[in-house]
Every structure is written in C-alpha cells, then in structure tokens.
Design a protein around this ligand. Sequence first.
Ligand code: NG1
Ligand code: ZN
Length: 550
Amino acid sequence: MSSLPVETIASLADQHPKPAHITFQYGTAGFRTLGNVLDSVLFRVGVLAALRSKKQDGKVIGVMVTASHNPEPDNGVKLVDPRGEMLEASWEGHATTLANAATTEDFIAVLENIVKTTKIDLSKPARVVYARDTRPSGPALVASLEDGFKAIGAEARNGGVTTTPILHYYVRAMNTKGTKDAYGEDTEDGYFTKLSTAFGKLVSGKAPLPPLIVDCANGVGADGIAKISPYLGDHLKLVAVNTATTTSGALNNACGADYVKTSQKLPPSLAGHIKPGQRACSLDGDADRLIYYYMDDRNQFHMLDGDKIAALVAAFIVDLVKTAGLEEDIKVGVVQTAYANGASTKYLTERVPVRCVPTGVKHLHHAAEHYSVGVYFEANGHGTVLFSSETQAKLASHEPSTPAQSTALNYLKSLTELINQTVGDAISDMLLVEAVLAHRSYSGVEWDSLYVDLPNRLVKVVVADRHAFHTEDAERKLVSPKGLQAKIDDLVKRYDGGRSFVRPSGTEDVVRVYAEAVIRSHADDLAFRVAGLVYDETGGDPATRPKEFI
Ligand code: NG1
Ligand code: ZN
C-alpha cells in the first residue's frame, strides 16, 4: 500500500492557504459562499475528490463548481458520487474538517487521518470529472481545483462549462460505460441525443405545442437550451431569453427559477415576451431547477412550481402504469419536503403514497429510491423521477397483451430515458413536462387547475446563531430554542388552514420561516408574525428589526 505524496501536496497547498477567521461548512449543496474566499477550499476538494475515488475503487467522482441560484459573486463546489448522486453523508464531515484545517501541516494531518479511518487503499487509481457554471470567479477556482488534482496525481477530465445535471450525467455515464447498465455516451452530444430521442418517441403523433419561452437566468442553461434546440427539430420550439452569460451582474438577477418562486412574479425581462395563455419557464443559474408559469387573459401571473410538476408527472405515470397492466408490479410514490404546498400534498395523497423528508436533495433522492417509481420534487423546482432497477427490468421483460398496453409500456420505457435519474435537471424536466402536456392536451390553465395552491409566504430571518435551531418531524417542528414551537403553534391556530414552520437554512446564514393559509393576507400575516417571534426570541436587535415583522 503506497502513501500520500506529502511533499508535493504540501508545496501546492502552501500556494492555497486557508483564510483565517473563516469557517467553511459542507452543507446541503456542498460548500457555498463568496467566490473570492474559496481558493483553499477548491484546492482541498480536489485532493478529497481523488481520495473519494480511490475509496470507490477508482470509480469516477464528479466535482461541480457552482453556486446555483445564488447571486453572481457567490460560488461553491460539491462532489458527485459514482452513480451520479450526491456525496455520501459521512464524507460531508470529512470535507468540512479538511476545509477548516488551519495550516498546511494540519491539512496533511487531516488527510492522513481520513486515509486511515476510512481505510483507503492509496495504490488505487483516482479518476475525476469536473465542470463549472458561467460565474466570473469560476476559472480561478477551477485552476485551484486542478492544483488539488495535480497534488495527489488524479486523472482528471475537464467537463468545461456546463450544467450541474450534465456533470452528474457524465459521472454515471463514465462509470457505467461498457456495462449492461450503460447510462449513455459520456459527452454532451450523448446527453442531448439521449434526451431528444426519448422525447421524440413520447410526442410523436401528438399535436405539437406552441413555442415555449425559456428564461435561462443568464446562466449556463442558456448554452444547454441553445445546444438542445437543433436536436428537438419540429417537436418543440424553444425561445430562449435571459441568455447574457457574459454580462457582468446579470446571472440570476431579477430572473431565473429562484426569483420566480420566491417573488411569485414574472421576471420583468419577460414582460414583453409572454402573451396571454402562453406558457414559459425559468431555469436557475446551473439549470437544475425549473419553474413554469403563464399569464391568463386578464394578464394575471400564474406559477406552476415543483409541486405542480410533481402532481402532473406522478398522475401521468400512474395512468401509464395502469394502462400497461403493471399496476400490481409497479408502485408509484412521491417524496416532498415541508415546503410543499398543502394543496399539492392533499391532491397527491388522494392518489399515491406521499412521504415528507427534510430539505436537501439527498434526503428526497434516498426516500424516492424506496418506491418502484419515486417522484420527488422540491417546491422550488428541483426534482426528478427514479425508476428502480427491478422496475426497469420489469419494463424490459413485460409482455403486453393489447396494443394499448404495448403503447403505454413503450412510453414508460421512453420516460426512463428522458428523465435524468441522477439528479434534478431543468432541461430534462422541461421536456418531461412538455411531453405530458402534449399527451394530456393541456395548456398551462388545465395543468394549473389540478389543484389550487394555498397562498404561502417564505421569509428569511437573520439571527445571531442559526445553529441554535434544531428541528424534528422532517423539519416541521422546532425542538430548540426551547418553547418557541409552542408559541408558533398558538399563532398557527388562529388562521384558517394555517401551517407554519421554522428551520435553519443549509445554504445561507439565515433561518427560514414558511407559512400558508386559506387567505393570502393570512399567509402573509402568519409568516411575518412567526418571523417576528423568531427574531425577538433569539435576541434580535430592535434597531435592525425588519419593519414587516409583526
Ligand atoms: P436551504 O438554504 O437549506 O433552505 C435551499 C432550498 C432547498 C435546496 C437547497 C440546495 C428552499 C426553501 N430551500 O436550501 O430546497 O434546494 O437550497 O440548493 O427552497
Ligand atoms: Zn441550481
């Protein structure tokens, strides 16, 4: 068993010193903070990715440099495990410890400790694939990452500037190449061909839908939309807007999925583009979130969020499974978080089993793996559908007994190809939505009418220490600070259909408050009252108390 190339690591590590006074944390979306303080983190993540690969017997590990929907000056990095899924939870702690080692000596000591405690065979190869989004801080951070690969001697493939889901796709494709589970060609062309071929099979013979406006958040999704368009041919026309990937300050600014979901408004830049009845959608900065919307005849904005996507897709798959005669073999289930609109949970629960899990894709993903077909979406538009290997085998072996069964079976098979099962993927999800709309002959209006959203409000509270907040019951109840939950419960009781919960964010230094109620003014009132309670209870300074808090 060989040892770590300590000298090479040390000399390169010295070029990427950790800034004093900053504590990094590998959270729900990896490391994420201001791009200009992340140099040492990127270097160290490069080394860690290589160790993770060695631990996984030389399988390819992915590294994505992105801060998703965050403002342009932010950046971040996360690791992708061999099947294209999020890094195993036990390694998040290693990542955090490594990022916080104060000196090069400490860093090497932590590395040696990880090698020892996780029993890494250093003679194994290290293979990684990495990519970044369009942020201006990206190139420098990628250079630091590459130094990390060099320090430990990893074999690294540069995936260039691409979407987060495409990087996840690469990881799975590279690790399954030449096996019976081959996921696809490990190139952009392979990805676009796989998706567009499946989409073509799903919509062939259906009346084409009018063109779809796609708000690309001025991010890397703009490249993806431009590239996939020729593959879609006449099946679907995409009209890309907010494609200014090189304009300083434009990324996620007053546009994109997060803007639409949090402000519940049309991006101002779309105002002239969208006609009454026409549907449009927004991607986020790294194209793993998707939110739809349309304007009605009275020019009113209607949002179709991740919950509406889950409802649309789950109901469609349930119908196909039934028509294919596979009802007994394939059980469809849905996974949501506490942020799911109560009306969506009601709609879905009447049709399929539904589970609520804590925020964070890894929780949703793992829970969805327990169903034959697991549909998971966060309200913010991040989600996908997982088909278990037994389900895929069943679809491959099932002998349909009628033409209708055969057609439904083929549609199900195409869905397994269309959907990026590694992670939520805005481009893949967009084609999935479009395919279902084409099958159902739905416009945004009919889709929207599956259920009526309860008015809701999400508020951020800046507190002295968000780590003082602990939750249980899939984040729906606070256990600490002591006594706060009882006060929230008292407030909630006063509102018809009221629901509210409080949890610390995993990606921002804030506590989030969610509230919903039957009446819009009640949802707002409840949210701002709970926010006020949180602020005051945790010793917030009266001088900086936001004026909307009640
Ligand atoms: P935090 O900051 O932990 O609330 C946010 C989203 C999550 C998830 C992560 C990762 C909300 C309320 N929270 O997490 O759903 O998407 O970012 O990007 O949307
Ligand atoms: Zn994202």
